[in-house]
Write a protein that binds this ligand. Sequence first.
Ligand code: ADP
Length: 497
Amino acid sequence: MKSKPETAHVLVVDDEEGIRIGAERILLRMGLKVLTAARGNEALDIMEREDVSIVLLDLKMPGIDGMQVLKRIRENNLNILVIVITGYATVETAIEAMKQGAYDFIAKPFEPDHLRIVVNRAREKIMLTFEAETLDIERKRTLADLGTEKSRVRTIIESLPNGIVVTNSSGQVALMNPAFLRHIGFDPPCVTTGEHIGHYVKDDGFCRLVMEISQGKHLDEGDVPTYEFSTADGKYLMARGRHVLGDENECLGAVVAIEDITALKVLDRLKSEFVAKVSHELRSPLSTIHEQIAVVLKDMAGEESNDEKLILARAKEKTSGLISLIGDLLDLSRIEAGAVYQEPKMVNISILLKNIIDFLNTRAKNKQQTLVLELPDYPLPSLTTDPMALESIFGNLITNAINYTQKGGGIIVTAGLAENNLIVKVKDNGFGIEQVYMDKIFDKFFRVKNEKTRLITGTGLGLPIVKGLLNDLCGSISVESAPGKGSVFTVSIPVKK
Ligand code: ADP
């Protein structure tokens, strides 16, 4: 880069000593660094040695004249502004010099002010050129930095083990990394972007998720929408998506990460199989122990309450808890293995709900609770499904409502139809559930532990069973709850027309 213009010299080249001395004095007073030369040769030597930015050049000199000096400056491509000094008679020559690349001219004899104006103009021009060059260098460096940053980010995305796909708001793919292409069964280098997501991934649910995110749905929800799907070659993939937001927070598209969870799925299946096997092996001996304790306790019925009787009663209670845990575990592993259905039958929902409520009413009455069923004034359609699955779903929800509602509370079960879906609501005015636990209660073995629930026995498997069964029926469950006010569990099951 060139040195700063302030540090460069002004060179006065004139064979007249008076002009040289006069100009030098004026320029020195302007705070400039000045050099002088009486001949063209001398001037060219100085320019080779010193940092010169402006030359005041007399055209008429003995030896090498001003025009030749100017020519040499241009030939050597020196970044020097030449101001030609000329007599009245040689104005034409001055114009010719301007054509040859001189920057300005000044006629002899000149006033100090005139010289100052011409030199200042040249200095300004030099300053502006210097600043423009500095800015240009800066701009090029910023662009180079940006380029490096961009290619760095690209390299990182390309080498991620997880698949990444980015779409615009119409669902067209703007970026896919090699891992994404491999996950969905494409050969990375041969596939180009630009098509709709459905062109690359044939799973409807996945494409729906991408479209929903691309168009700005799920925007208010704090959590990241997820979707699990399998590919034709037996791989299980988990997709998690986020919006791409613009400066004004508008949705520009979606970025979706895909993870291969096949190994986790296999592990999960092995775990379920193991649990099922162990549970199965434990169930018979445990039932036998339970029955035998019951027999012994029956024999002791006449005796007064004593320590042995108390220990046996506690043991019976514990074995009964274990038997119900094993029952739940077996149910859950059957659901997870996709083997829920017994015999699909025509099920009359009103009758099924009435029977469950009749059965559980004794339990509710023991806690002085009211348990009522409210049916609509139109007939509910029958469902062709496994009645045991429905009994398990509603039985679990109503039992929970009874368990997690205080003495004297109330439970209302309502049923109705909405857009080809059977909607059953189980509403209680019991303990309620804190917002933080709302998602967790559907996890296996999760139980809310607080002062109110401490003494209530349970396995933490009821709601996972309900959710698993509803999944198989293509239904869904949602919950609204407020601590101290109660909960409403809403089940929706599609009714085939
Ligand atoms: P369990 O009832 O055997 O503990 P669940 O899976 O059925 O297991 O329920 C999980 C947890 O959800 C319960 O331990 C309880 O804390 C909470 N829960 C379920 N239903 C209700 C309800 N109606 N009111 C308040 N809490 C509930």
